[in-house]
Design a protein around this ligand. Structure first.
Ligand SMILES: Cc1cc2nc3c(=O)[nH]c(=O)nc-3n(C[C@H](O)[C@H](O)[C@H](O)COP(=O)(O)OP(=O)(O)OC[C@H]3O[C@@H](n4cnc5c(N)ncnc54)[C@H](O)[C@@H]3O)c2cc1C
Length: 440
């Protein structure tokens, strides 16, 4: 049984390094179980990669955040109860030359995210689109994926997603014109070098639930988690230089002691503090935000390029999806570019957006460009989606690099880390999930 100690300025039961969603969710689950926690964050604010900037009344994500309403982990994370999600229109909109094809548009808004009924309705909707035979095969393939248990997907042979797609038996135009751009967007991986198992997980989630963003910006998730912690739990502007099970050294406060340590940093920083941890390759991502005098007529759709005719992997009229992100009467268009951007990126993106939306963009104003070279850890085969979070008793590592490179993966690794710590502290505290309401 844990002997609870007072949370003093220089001691806590558990020190967590990093206040991204993984560190905050771990802290939130431990404090609910009565464990004293200090979260040390190098940046001036919590949130990590899920940061939202306010610019002239616009709320601009640094990440091109795409979540899925079927992700189970936000629903299970008690501290995220009440974070409303803004749903994209069902399926995606794909531009191929002059044609703009909406895939899955007849999926009923009322269908439960993650339900088999939703998946089958999606399959029927795809089957009713143009080129009925191709679409029927695609719909059947997605419906099968939606109904396949995760464990079965994880037991499939593993190779690169691009190779697995080619062997799926679907017409090349379905693969090139729909699955390839969709998977590139979902995995932030234009070359599709990701593990085919992770690609299947992403497609399965797509077939089971609606794509969505957190209302108010990506930061609303870490903000909600941080607000639930006791005052003084998070220390920002504190960089950990050295770490061991019962002590960390910071530049700002010297040594702080603890009974257990959690490294909830990105993969590279975790390996700097704990040499021997694996550092993956990363996918660079650039996010561009424009304001426009008028919203292009794509509604709340996520728009992809079925021909790969420019740098934009996906784009949306974000102020239609989530009106709280733009001042009243203004339009916000958010676009994501994958890979290393060219020096002429802004001009190339503007030209590509004009083609994708089918409208001149000369009067669009560029609000912000955020480039993150190490945005998303690559999940090349063989990728262990359940990489151990417990290094040894008293030392834990969590974050997206321990699971899948998504907010879902970060939260899952956090729950596994919190569970392991409570077990090692001999505290039996089932962490009760609360439902996550979803807003249209
Ligand atoms: C541009 C971009 C696009 C993305 N798109 C998507 C998407 O569409 N869908 C999706 O699900 N995911 C996406 N992701 C990934 C998602 O944002 C991450 O998986 C998730 O935010 C990672 O959270 P984390 O808590 O694991 O790590 P982080 O958010 O990186 O948090 C780690 C924290 O540790 C702090 N830290 C590091 N070193 C130290 C130190 N020595 N001392 C103290 N503090 C330290 C950092 O400052 C940081 O705040 C994207 C990410 C980016 C950047």
């Amino acid at each position: 049984m844990l002997i609870r100690t007072a949370h003093t300025a220089d001691h806590a039961d558990v020190i967590i390094v990093g206040a991204g969603v993984a560190g905050l969710a771990t802290a939130q689950q431990l404090t609910r179980a009565g464990v004293s926690v200090s979260v040390l964050e190098a940046a001036p604010q919590p949130g990590g990669r899920m940061t939202t900037d306010e610019v002239d009344g616009f709320r601009l994500d640094r990440v091109g955040r795409l979540m899925n309403a079927a992700y189970p982990e936000p629903h299970r994370t008690a501290g995220l109860a009440g974070v409303p999600l803004r749903l994209f229109a069902p399926g995606v909109l794909v531009r191929s030359g002059e044609r703009l094809q909406r895939m899955g548009e007849t999926v009923r808004r009322g269908s439960e995210p993650g339900s088999a009924r939703g998946a089958l309705t999606m399959a029927r909707a795809l089957a009713s689109a143009p080129r009925p035979l191709d679409e029927a095969r695609l719909g059947a393939s997605l419906a099968r994926l939606a109904a396949t248990p995760v464990e079965r997907l994880l037991a499939r042979p593993e190779r690169q997603a691009a190779e697995a797609l080619a062997a799926r038996g679907l017409p090349p135009r379905t693969v090139q014109g729909f699955l390839r751009p969709l998977l590139s967007a979902l995995l932030c991986d234009p070359e599709l070098t990701t593990s085919s198992r992770c690609a299947d997980l992403a497609l399965r989630a797509f077939a089971r639930g609606r794509l969505c963003v957190p209302a108010g910006g990506a930061a609303s998730l870490p903000d909600r988690l941080a607000a639930e912690l006791p005052p003084g739990t998070i220390l920002t502007g504190v960089r950990v230089k050295e770490a061991s099970i019962n002590r960390v050294t910071t530049l700002e406060y010297g040594e702080l002691s603890c009974r257990a340590l959690v490294l909830a940093t990105g993969a590279r920083e975790a390996a700097e503090l704990l040499p021997g941890l694996r550092v993956p390759r990363f996918h660079p991502v650039t996010v561009l935000h424009h304001s426009a005098p008028q919203a292009p007529p794509t509604g709340t759709a996520l728009l992809l390029d079925g021909e790969g005719g420019g740098p934009v992997a996906y784009t949306t009229v974000m102020s239609e999806v989530d009106p709280s992100r733009a001042p009243r009467g203004r339009t916000l268009i958010s676009s994501t570019v994958l890979g290393t951007p060219s020096p002429d990126l802004e001009r190339e993106v503007a030209a590509h957006l004009a083609r994708l939306y089918g409208t001149p963009v000369d009067d669009w104003e560029l609000l912000a460009v955020h480039h993150t070279p190490e945005a998303v850890p690559a999940m090349a085969p063989s990728h262990d989606v359940r990489r151990p979070v417990r290094v040894l008793s008293g030392l834990y590592v969590c974050g997206d690099h321990r699971a899948t490179s998504t907010v879902q993966g970060s939260l899952l690794s956090a729950r596994r880390a919190a569970t392991a710590i409570l077990q090692d502290f001999a505290i039996s505290s089932p962490l009760e999930p609360r439902p996550l309401p979803s807003a249209a």
